[in-house]
Design a protein around this ligand. Structure first.
Ligand code: BTN
Length: 285
């Protein structure tokens, strides 16, 4: 274990937003319980658990060269959780914050498939709780129009082949999102809020890792089927959307997703655009 990781492991202060005391009643995860009866052959075979880290994606990246495919990093709290497009990911006690190191033999250009597989697994896991979770392009899981889960995939490639990918999944599980910072409060929900009671996080993580392994194993031969299931759960198709890219903003109607998961938009000016990345906002009308 390197010095940075040791330091993070020893850091037991619930410092998240100064609200640690509010979240204290959520019991810690016990890694041995997650692995007990976990019937996977790759994902979660090795679990590294921390009470607090800056970001599980960063911890996973720092050890990626030395660990096996499927190694999973889990923490109770992230003090510098990272979201897409350089955003902060608010990660207090009670959530599920984990990153999976993946070493598939695939071209780096296909890494988006891992995100789609993870999004599908996360949406299915949440739906198993009889919650009508949907996917918002490209990879948010929403309930109604509120976000409950986000996915951040980061890759490391050499000669256009993937060396490894880190798939980070954040689920607002047993969190009172009314305590979230104002700028995300109205756009966020949690499983606890939706169900009216807290969930067993160990059970959820087991289901998520098992579900993700199922998608991961069929990624090579059955990606079109994964994509079809993902499309079926996609809330974005048919909606008026605004896409924000660093270079441009696009307004139009999302008419579908192509075979690489890119969003097809009929723009207000009549042109058809294919969008591979960016922030997607569903218009309320
Ligand atoms: C997003 O929707 O912007 C992506 C959010 C991803 C959050 C998860 S939580 C676990 C992992 N570690 C991080 O720092 N980020 C991801």
């Amino acid at each position: 274990m390197d010095i940075e990781r040791q330091r993070e492991d020893k850091s037991r202060v619930d410092s998240t937003f100064g609200m640690g005391h509010i979240f204290k009643e959520v019991p810690d995860l016990i890694p041995a319980e997650i692995q007990r009866g976990l019937n996977t052959s790759i994902i979660g075979k090795t679990i590294e658990y921390y009470r607090e880290v800056k970001s599980t994606n960063s911890v996973a990246a720092s050890m990626a060269d030395d660990v096996e495919d499927g190694t999973t990093i889990i923490t109770e709290i992230q003090t510098r959780g990272r979201g897409r497009i350089g955003r902060t990911w608010v990660s207090p006690r009670g959530g599920i914050w984990l990153s999976i190191v993946l070493k598939p033999r695939m071209p780096a250009a296909r890494a988006y498939r891992l995100t789609i597989a993870a999004g599908l697994a996360a949406a299915k896991t949440i739906r198993a709780y009889e919650i009508d979770a949907k996917i918002k392009w490209p990879n948010d899981i929403i309930i109604g129009n509120k976000k409950v889960c986000g996915i951040l995939t980061e890759t490391n490639a050499e000669a256009e082949q993937l060396k490894h990918a880190i798939v980070g999944i954040g689920v607002d599980a047993n969190i009172d999102t009314r305590l979230f910072p104002e700028e995300i409060r109205d756009r966020s929900t949690s499983l606890q809020t939706e169900l009216g009671e807290s969930i067993d996080r160990v059970e959820f993580i087991k289901r998520l890792l098992t579900g993700f392994e199922y998608e991961y194993l069929r990624l090579y031969k059955q990606f079109p089927r994964i994509l079809d299931e993902w499309r079926y759960l996609l809330a974005t198709t048919g909606k008026r959307v605004q896409i924000n890219n660093p270079l441009t903003t696009i307004y139009g109607k999302a008419v579908g997703v192509d075979r690489e998961g890119a969003l097809i938009i009929k723009c207000d000016d009549g042109f058809i655009e294919r969008v591979v990345a960016g922030e997607c906002i569903h218009a309320s009308i």
